[in-house]
Design a protein around this ligand. Structure first.
Ligand code: GAP
Length: 513
């Protein structure tokens, strides 16, 4: 099945099984805004808990905060967002549709890559087992020609972005003969900058009201609280402040479901270090964060680092952790060495001294910062994409199963009475009443056992138990494993010990130390 079709299926699966709904669905939705349903919110909370505990529980020198979404408007002047948090936009005069100029060019780059991949796939089919992909990529004339075009485009594009050269971005679109996907024409306007921050007003009267912004990143809430936390927590360098919260960006090109949203959630940690040590900490945080991702067991081959060639003026190192989504390797997390830019800017704009006094050297200085910043929704999407499978069974049937890591699954155990009578529902409820304090259990009695198993597979429940007539005599149940569909009889008294270790966030955290 084409990857595009797989992705469409994942999106509809998310809706059908209560993971993600379009926002205000009964009014036909709101672009790039989504609601999490009854299963989605559990999965999302588990992801957040995994991140939070990996930061705050596993590091004695990292503490958390929860800053407000609204911040003093000068914050955004100091951080540079008012002046420079822009996307380059271009309109097609015929379709009246608006696009991000950089995204149109990125799509064109992806087309070159697709062309190369197709050549490779064709050749792999032709040559069978004897096919040497690396050699083919290095020597085939058509592949080399396409790769050269892609590399030249990439270089030109990077330079235009670096120089903030809007005319050049437009010229690239014209030279590459990029057409509007709706009108099919090349009737493009000039490229203009568009600020991504949403603004609103505080204060009740037009005269007294002042313009404020919905935060476009949670990080600034940490920077402006640096002094509060350092002083009240008597924190010594190096130390970190972690935060999970909503962020808002007026994304013009809403695409790929919850990959690019207007309202989304970030999990950010700023790690404050002594100046001059930041480039020692940077690779350590790269390693720590990659280990966090890979502990989920999705396979190392599905992740890669993308080091930035183009650095923001305040950064001295930056990388993305990319995950292989059905639409290619995409950024899920950014790790940035942000120097002392943000703290210095807030010192300048607030007039306050935002420094650290080192009792060992009797010196004051502005700490440097390593930032790790991951989107909860993108993480959610990567988990869904990797877990979704349409499995052909030996009996000819198909089952849709979500192979969610057990610790992230919304429901850990479903308890199913074989029939709705003879005391079986009561026995099932008894089991739930005992286990619900330890992990999330669900009772289901409607439909055949087979159908109930399928429903649990589709929401990723790692364990089901069936209560039958024998259970009333021998206190044993049938335990069924989601991934293997293996079933075995086990005593009710052993259920907790059989399941608990595998479904807690602790089971994931233990892989990190
Ligand atoms: N404080 C740094 C910062 O905000 P960023 O690369 O703009 O850096 C960090 O964002 C992460 O936030 C991204 O790696 C991504 O996971 C998530 N993110 C950014 N924009 C998003 C959007 N429009 N929708 C969903 N997630 C987004």
């Amino acid at each position: 099945m084409a990857q595009e079709d797989v992705f469409k299926k994942i999106v509809s699966h998310c809706k059908e099984y209560g993971f993600v709904f379009p926002s205000s669905d009964i009014y036909d939705g709101l672009g790039a805004v989504y609601d999490y349903g009854q299963n989605g919110v559990e999965l999302k909370n588990n992801i957040k808990q995994y991140w939070w505990q990996s930061m705050v529980l596993l590091h004695e020198n990292i503490v958390g905060i929860d800053a407000a979404i609204f911040m003093h408007p000068t914050t955004w002047k100091a951080s540079g967002h008012v002046d420079a948090f822009n996307d380059p936009l271009i309109d097609n005069r015929d379709s009246k549709k608006r696009y991000r100029a950089d995204v149109l060019i990125e799509d064109q780059l992806a087309k070159y890559d697709e062309k190369i991949d197709k050549e490779v796939q064709k050749a792999a089919k032709r040559f069978g087992d004897s096919f040497d992909e690396a050699q083919f990529r290095a020597t085939n004339a058509r592949v080399l020609e396409t790769a050269a075009k892609r590399d030249a485009l990439h270089e030109r594009f990077a330079k235009a972005l670096n120089d903030v050269n809007l005319e050049e971005l437009r010229q690239i679109i014209l030279d590459e003969e990029i057409v509007c996907p709706i009108s099919g024409t090349r009737n493009w306007t000039e490229v203009r900058q568009f600020n991504l921050m949403f603004s609103t007003e505080v204060g009740s009267t037009a005269d007294g009201a002042s313009k404020i912004y919905l935060r476009p990143e949670t990080a600034q809430g940490i920077f402006v609280n640096y002094l509060n936390v350092q002083k009240t927590g008597r924190m010594k360098l190096p130390f970190g402040i972690a935060q999970i919260g909503k962020a808002f960006r007026n994304e013009i090109v809403a695409r790929q479901f919850i990959f690019r949203m207007r309202e989304f959630e970030q999990m950010e940690m700023q790690f404050f270090v002594k100046p001059g040590t930041e480039l020692d900490w940077f690779p350590q945080w790269k390693k720590t964060r990659m280990a966090w991702h890979q502990a989920l067991g999705f396979g190392a081959e599905n992740y890669r680092f993308h080091d930035h060639d183009k650095l923001a003026h305040y950064a001295n190192a930056a990388t993305d952790i990319e995950f292989k989504m059905p639409f290619g390797f995409k950024e899920v997390e950014g790790i940035h060495s942000r120097t002392n830019f943000d703290l210095s800017q807030h010192a300048k704009y607030s007039g306050k001294k935002v420094e650290y006094f080192d009792p060992e050297t009797n010196e004051s200085f502005t700490p440097y910062v390593i930032e790790t910043s991951i989107g909860v929704d993108r993480m959610f999407l990567s988990v869904m994409c990797h877990s979704y499978e349409e499995q052909q069974l030996e009996n000819g049937e198909t089952r849709v199963v979500l192979h969610l890591p057990a610790a992230l699954a919304p429901v850990k155990l479903a308890v199913l009475p074989l029939v709705k009578k003879d005391g079986l529902p009561e026995k099932a409820q008894e089991i739930i009443n005992d286990l619900r304090f330890h992990f999330n259990c669900k009772y289901e009695e409607k439909d055949s056992i087979g159908k109930r198993y399928r429903r649990q597979d589709a929401i990723g429940t790692p364990f089901c138990v069936t209560v039958d007539h024998d259970t009333l005599q021998d206190n044993m149940v049938t335990l069924r494993y989601r991934d293997t569909m293996e079933q075995r009889r086990v005593p009710i008294s052993e259920l907790r010990s059989l399941i608990e270790d595998q479904v807690t966030i602790t089971s994931l955290l233990k892989k990190l130390i």
